[in-house]
Write a protein that binds this ligand. Structure first.
Ligand code: CA
Length: 230
């Protein structure tokens, strides 16, 4: 028998937290309740939840800040819960790597439905060694698959090869000539402008990758690197 998927509920309003936990339990999950950011981080490490429901206004820190801390090491799906419904907050949440966003008041049934929807969108996290996490970006080197916030990123074969090559060798700088040789192949005889174009397309495809986790950097006068926060 497989164990239940844990859902971490980060919410300081006792009544809401309790109701959400009851509904999630009924839906077959293992709810874990945290009433502030510090508790949330401790439970997050301990329990490795399948998903986090995150209230924006917490007594000790802002939900956006907590999301950023989670995203340093994990692509675990996060649904933001909030009393605010301004477009600014919504965008900040989604740009910060939230997978979905719900404004209060909400029906607990709808929260459960969104939890299921978000979990269906992404594979359950495994300790598979071919898979690496770069903030909200996941690269599966064996399956040659790239995910951002759980959604697959569409890349051409060349862009994918370029990303895999750079991401496997993080923080190292490669010249255009080296990249042509490694990614395009020795028999390529076009211009090295091809590298610039592919990098441009790759960056566009990775535009939802959280910039504090990593990025494809241009090193002036030298070439490119996949910069990663270690
Ligand atoms: Ca609150």
């Amino acid at each position: 028998m497989s164990s239940l998927q844990a859902i971490l509920i980060v919410e300081d309003e006792e009544a809401i937290s309790r109701v959400l936990a009851a509904y999630l339990k009924k839906a077959g999950f293992k709810p874990i309740r945290a009433a502030n950011g510090a508790e949330a981080m401790a439970y997050f490490e301990q329990e490795q939840p399948a998903l986090v429901l995150l209230d924006l206004m917490l007594p000790d820190l802002d939900g956006h800040e907590l999301l950023a801390r989670i995203r340093v090491t994990s692509a675990c799906p996060v649904i933001m819960l909030t009393a605010r419904d301004g477009i600014g907050d919504r965008l900040a949440g989604l740009n910060g790597g939230a997978d979905d966003y719900m404004s209060k008041p909400f029906m607990p049934e709808e929260v459960v439905a969104r939890v299921n929807a978000v979990l269906r969108r992404r594979p359950v996290w495994t300790s598979d060694e071919s898979r690496r996490l770069y903030g909200n970006l996941v690269i599966d080197f064996a399956a040659k698959q790239v995910l951002i916030n759980g959604a697959e990123v569409e890349l051409s074969r060349r862009e994918l090869a370029l990303l895999l090559f750079l991401a496997e060798r993080p923080n190292r700088i490669f010249t255009r000539e080296q990249l042509i040789e490694q990614v395009w192949g020795m028999d390529y005889d076009g211009s090295d402008r091809a590298v610039d174009l592919s990098v441009k397309r790759l960056r566009r495809a990775l535009s939802h990758w959280s910039p504090e986790a990593g990025e494809i950097r241009t090193i002036r006068g030298m070439g490119y690197q996949c910069w990663l926060k270690e």
